[in-house]
Each structure stands twice: as C-alpha cells, then as structure tokens.
Write a protein that binds this ligand. Structure first.
Ligand code: ATP
Ligand code: MG
Length: 460
C-alpha cells in the first residue's frame, strides 16, 4: 500500500466522523529532508477515541492501543506505525506538573509542540494533498539547520523539561545547531530536568547515543549543563592534570572518541554504552607516582561496579547492565595478551570470561585506540590482530566458548556421596581451573578420571 493510498483511507474515515485530520511531526519533517519514514503521527481535530472506533471498523484493524487519558491511540497497518492524537491545548500552572488539556484547533495544537521543525503539518485531503502548513517557519529552520522553540523557549521548556534533552537529540541526529536563545533558556532552567522521570530521559538519551556521531550530542549535553544533572559521573571525566613532566589524557574527550569509533562501526546501543563507561572509574582510581606518573590501577574493576550502579539508576534492563559491566571489567585483558610468550591458559581464561561477548570486547578494544601517532596506532592494531589470531588457535583446539563444565553437580555428589553444600562447589571450581590451565581436556570422561585421581586431596 502506498502512503498516499493509506492517507486517503484515513482521511475518508475522519470525514465520516466529521473531523479534520493532518499528518504532523517527524514524518513531515523527515519528508522535507528527503527521508521517507513508516512512523507517522496524526493530529485529529475532534474526539480521537471516537475516531479510533471508526478507523478500527473501516480498516479492519486487529489491534489498536488506546490511551484515553492522553487522548491518543496507536496501531500498525501494512508495516506502518500510526499514532493519533487529539488536537489539544495545554495549560500548566506553577504548582502542578499535570497539564490541563482542552480541545483545540490545529493552530493551537501546533503551538504546544516542542520545536519549529516539528510543528509542520501536512494536508492529506484529496483537494489539498501534500500542502504543508507551516505556521512557525519550520521549513526555514529546517533549511538553516536550526532547533528553535515555536513560543518563548523558557516557557516551552518549563512546561515539559524533557524538551531540553529532545533539543539535543534532534540537533545530534540531524546535525543541526540549537538557536542561541533556545540554548540559553536550557542553560538557565536546566535544573528543571530533575522533575522528569528517568525512563523518559533514558529514552531520549538512547536516541542521542544512536546518532551517527554521538559525540556531538554528548558535547551539547555537557555544554548545556544537562549531563551534569543526570550523569555527573561522566562530566567528572573532564580535565587533565599535570604534575612535573607527567600529564594524562583528558578522559572525557578520549571516551567520546571511543564512542564515535564504536558508532562508526555500526555498534548497537549496548556496545555504545560499554564505550561510554569503559573508563568511568578513572577519576576515582587516579594516583600519582613521582617515578612513573599517573596510574589508574583497578579502574576496570571499580568501573564495572560503577557502571552497574549508574545504569541501574538510569533504568536500563538487567541484561544491558550485565553486558556493559562485563565489557568494562574485561577491557584491559586483550592488551595484556599481546606478549609473544603469552600462555594458552591466559588466552583460554579470556575466552572463558568473555564468552559470547568476546567479539564485542575486541571491537571495544580496537575502538579504544585513539592515539594521534599513526605508527603507534598501527602497532596497537597489529597487536590486537595477534591476540585474535591466538584466540582462534586456542578456540580451535578446545572449543571453549560457552564453556560448560563437563561434570555436573549431581554427578559430583554421587561420586563422593555428598549432600548439597560448599564442597560440591569447591570440586566444580577445581575441575574448571584444571580445564582452563590445560591440565585436562574439556571432556566428560577425562574430567571424571581426573577428579578420581585427586580424590584424596579434594576431600582432605
Ligand atoms: P521521531 O519519531 O523521529 O523520533 P518525532 O518528531 O516524530 O521524531 P515523536 O516523539 O514521535 O517525535 O513525537 C511526534 C511529535 O509530537 C513531535 O514531532 C512533536 O511535534 C510532538 N512532541 C513529541 N513529544 C513532545 C514533547 N515532549 N513536547 C512537545 N511536543 C512533543
Ligand atoms: Mg514520530
């Protein structure tokens, strides 16, 4: 189904209710930029809930999700995601965050939208099809590449402080600049962000991280003062300290480079988060030694812990948190394996610890090379190639990924006539270590024999 046919049907359904309907927001904006999206927002001048019933009937929709409190509903149709909202006006009072909403016409609905580039509406009637309604000079701002609020910026942001992060999101994703007055308003009332729920903030933050070059958005978040509010551990990475002849690199800008490197390789959200957090504990672990200069011993261990706590606060899902903590905790290991004479058992340990995340870990480590010295970059890259080579060799020898100890707990209990308890765990650990050390192959019968051989030592 073409978009035009789709719009024809939707327009007809609105007509049958006696309502006006327009396409608004992202779809119209993206169309002006030459991008076609299947995510379409509509504004209904009328009762959206009644329109939902009509549309369901006419298009034979199976599922339709209603949010009557917000006057919105959404549905999917032939691969399109369609969202409908009542045209409305909102008024906010200073003592309550809950807006009072009233039915409104198209113009006042557009005025409560966040940015001029998002106030564009499109006529989908057969007579005026494709005509763009541009009350706030959104097309002009699209051409100039400017993010600006349609009304007084301070008021717009005070009404819904999430819009401040959305400003950064659109600037980062579209490569636009935030107009000066709008940006000043953000700096001025940035503290209001604190009243916004973490879930909404994280949603926008993720979109910023998924930009082609997310560092631009991170810089804007920093310059606007917003980052300090919801992610102060990251702004703490800024700055370089110099003592004697020693200085370390600015971890803030280094991390942004690593983030962009991972993004350039098409990294997904969780890998980008791992890049963002990999050096998060450097400020906390920083020490100075007169002889060797700055050190950050243990920053990967402390960092994994910090990443968990921060990501939990930011309401990320448990598996994302585990993944990021794992990569942060392991990000120094591959480099430690570049020595010529590194043992198989060290390589095996890395394969075992990283499991399915090994490829992502190597991607992160390569992205971590931000030296400006081309010879050094080349040497580091070669080192990683050698590590990967070693990993492949060892893997081929003992197929270790998704390593499962070949002797299970219940079998150990039977062999030794044990009750469940710490002794079972101790024996399992013993056999795991033996496999990783290469003392015994990763094979059931060999392991049983090996346990029997060491029976006395184990039980003593
Ligand atoms: P995309 O769908 O590409 O993320 P979008 O512009 O469509 O971008 P949505 O979040 O889908 O963004 O919102 C649709 C439209 O609703 C926006 O274009 C904007 O006009 C309006 N809008 C959304 N959120 C807000 C908000 N917090 N304040 C004001 N207007 C908003
Ligand atoms: Mg949208």
């Amino acid at each position: 189904m073409t978009t035009k046919e789709l719009f024809g049907k939707i327009y007809q359904a609105a007509q049958n209710c006696g309502y006006e309907i327009y396409v608004v927001g992202g779809y119209v904006r993206d169309l002006q930029l030459g991008k076609n999206s299947k995510d379409i927002d509509f504004v209904v001048v009328g009762d959206a809930m009644r329109f939902a019933d009509q549309l369901k009937k006419e298009l034979h929709l199976r599922t339709l999700v209603r949010y009557p409190r917000f006057g919105t509903f959404m549905t999917r149709y032939y691969g399109y995601t369609l969202e409908f909202v009542n045209a409305r006006e909102e008024s906010y009072s200073s003592h309550s965050r809950k807006p009072v909403t009233r039915q409104a016409d198209l113009r006042s609905d557009l005025s409560r939208r966040d940015f001029t580039i998002n106030t564009l509406a499109m006529d989908i009637s057969p007579q005026g099809y494709g005509r763009v309604i541009d009350v706030y000079h959104g097309i002009d701002d699209l051409q100039k590449g400017v993010i600006r609020t349609p009304l007084e910026p301070e008021q717009t942001f005070a009404d819904d402080p999430l819009r401040m992060i959305r400003a950064v999101r659109f600037a980062a994703r579209l490569g636009f600049t935030i107009e000066e007055k709008t940006f000043k308003a953000i700096r001025k009332i940035r503290d209001r962000l604190k009243i916004v729920s973490q879930e909404r903030i994280t949603d926008e933050f993720n979109k910023i991280l998924m930009a082609d070059a997310p560092s631009a958005g991170m810089r804007l978040l920093d310059e606007s003062g917003l980052l300090e509010i919801f992610f102060p551990e990251f702004t703490a990475l800024k700055g370089v300290e110099q003592k004697k002849k020693f200085h370390h690199k600015d971890v803030f800008y280094h991390t942004l480079e690593v983030l962009d490197n991972v993004a350039a390789g098409g990294g997904d959200l969780k890998l980008r988060l791992a890049a963002l957090f990999h050096d998060i504990a450097k400020p906390r672990t920083k020490r100075f030694s007169e002889q060797t200069g700055w050190t950050f011993h243990g920053h990967e261990v402390v960092g994994a812990r910090m990443a968990k706590a921060i990501l939990r606060r930011m309401k990320y899902p448990a598996e994302t948190i585990e993944y990021v903590a794992k990569l942060v905790g392991l990000h120094l290991r591959p480099m430690a394996l570049v020595d010529e004479e590194v043992t198989d058992s060290a390589v095996r340990r890395l394969i075992f610890l990283a499991g399915n995340e090994l490829d992502d870990l190597m991607t992160l480590c390569r992205a971590d090379i931000t030296s400006k010295n081309p010879n050094r970059v080349k040497r580091y890259r070669n080192n990683y190639d050698r590590v990967v080579q070693k990993v492949l060799e060892v893997e081929e020898r003992d197929r270790l990924r998704n390593f499962q100890p070949p002797v299970r707990g219940d079998e150990i209990m039977r062999m030794f006539d044990l009750q469940p308890g710490p002794m079972v765990g101790k024996i399992k650990k013993f056999i795991e270590e033996a496999i990783l050390n290469g003392d015994v192959p990763n094979d059931h019968d060999a392991c049983v024999a090996y346990i029997n051989q060491h029976k006395e030592e184990l039980l003593s």
